[in-house]
Design a protein around this ligand. Sequence first.
Ligand code: HEM
Ligand SMILES: *[C@@H]1O[C@H](CO)[C@@H](O)[C@H](O)[C@H]1NC(C)=O
Ligand SMILES: *[C@@H]1O[C@H](CO)[C@@H](O)[C@H](O)[C@H]1NC(C)=O
Length: 476
Amino acid sequence: MEFATVFCLILSLHCLLKFLTSGSRRRLPLPPGSMGWPYIGETFQLYSQNPNEFFASKVRKYGSILKTHILGCPCVMISSPEAVKHVLVTRAHLFKPTYPESKERMLGKQAIFFHQGDYHAKLRRMVLRVFMPESIKNIVSDIESIAVGSLESWEGQQVNTFQETKTYAFNVALLSIWGKDGVLYKEELKSCYYILEKGYNSMPINLPGTLFRKSMKARKELAQILAKILSIRRDMKDNHTDLLGSLMRDKEGLTDEQIVDNVIGVIFAARDTTASVLTWIVKYLAENPNVLQLVTEEQEAIRRGKCGEEKVLTWADTKNMPITSRVIQETLRIASILSFTFREAVEDVEFEGYLIPKGWKVLPLFRNIHHNPDNFPAPEKFDPSRFEVSPKPNTFLPFGNGTHSCPGNELAKLEILVLLHHMTTKYRWVVYGGPTQWNSVWPLCSSPEWFAHQALPQIEDTNPRHRSVCNANCIC
Ligand code: HEM
Ligand SMILES: *[C@@H]1O[C@H](CO)[C@@H](O)[C@H](O)[C@H]1NC(C)=O
Ligand SMILES: *[C@@H]1O[C@H](CO)[C@@H](O)[C@H](O)[C@H]1NC(C)=O
């Protein structure tokens, strides 16, 4: 009794103190917006309409900074380049990345996405040195072999573009993670990873038979396979330039668990994103024959410039594809693969005259920025030529910005270019499939999970048109 009273007293004192000390800030108003019903907030509205429209109508109503309440979280949504710069770049330390507990468990708590500070900086160094241009230069021809193999396997068939490009992106990711070693366990890894992935969007209920349970089990198996590869690596004692080599190299070494979490994390970050972009590109090129024509001409010119039997692509070639690169940029803009990301205020933050209370989520709305006519006139039009002029800072953020921006962006662009090179110079395709379907599974307080929910135009490679090996203007 006595104890309880004292306890209550201390607790209320604590709250009072907190209230008093935060008093000055508390006087700032919250951003405009509506919070909806208690607890459920505006979740129902979010589910009952196209999420794009949910966000866009709010921005129209309240402006570029607004509050709402979705899926149990009070949130502030931001959609001006200035605000995004503050949250992701200049005041990034005040806004930590945040994911639901179940997603962290599935990807692994030690994965790069979930951290800030020294541990994050160390991981980022290890990841960046593998994916920076100087490093990926050396794997262009390996990526090319994977691309050629994929295209050959699609030849003359109707395939599901998204499924097939996922396999392509998975194979490129494995190549960058452990070079050719991974081939050993590739099929086992693939099947475990696919089970893990299925559980990612499931309800996090850990009971026998649930997807969640199955995927946690697959995760364990994945970790065991990775442990085998790690021990083989340790015995080899060579310097490897791939991701595994990088994660194992430093003296301040990582534990096996940390390595495993980050390997799974990179596969996750690399696969569906890249495959989504490729899927959209296939669709946009089919719908815009004039753009396809320009891309094809650019790629054929590169092919013609190569003589003899060894027609391998080089890094320099991929840096000489301005038209194709603009198609990628425009696709990244219009499809906005990652519609938004999540952060959480680590303390009360004053922001453009408003208060963002500690613990609130902050959502930079990339898609709204990419579809704002002030940033991109006639935003719904697919027009790669708009990228002949560089976009203004923080108006084009397909890879984010700041300390958590995508370290894999160069690799993603490279593997897309390489596939497009062979696709346009050797194949013609037909697109099947309906308009964009929003999947009913919408992210909880996370974002990458709906990478998988893009429209899936089907692709049929008809009449592979292998061109003559050398053209007149090639001196061979
Ligand atoms: C076109 C394909 C891709 C897109 C659109 C994309 C987009 C993004 C975005 C927007 C972020 C930042 C998220 C945030 O700030 O919350 C991010 C982070 C990340 N991406 Fe990518 N990504 C792609 C491909 C890749 C690839 C191929 C890799 C691996 C090689 C990769 C690895 C990562 C990692 C490890 C992070 C976390 C970085 C950190 O937290 O410091 N991504 N990606
Ligand atoms: C591995 O790298 C270290 C440090 O960069 C170097 O001293 C060593 O000679 C390298 N070993 C091999 C086998 O290349
Ligand atoms: C990221 O932010 C910095 C600082 O505001 C800016 O200079 C840069 O252009 C931004 N990056 C992008 C891709 O907009």
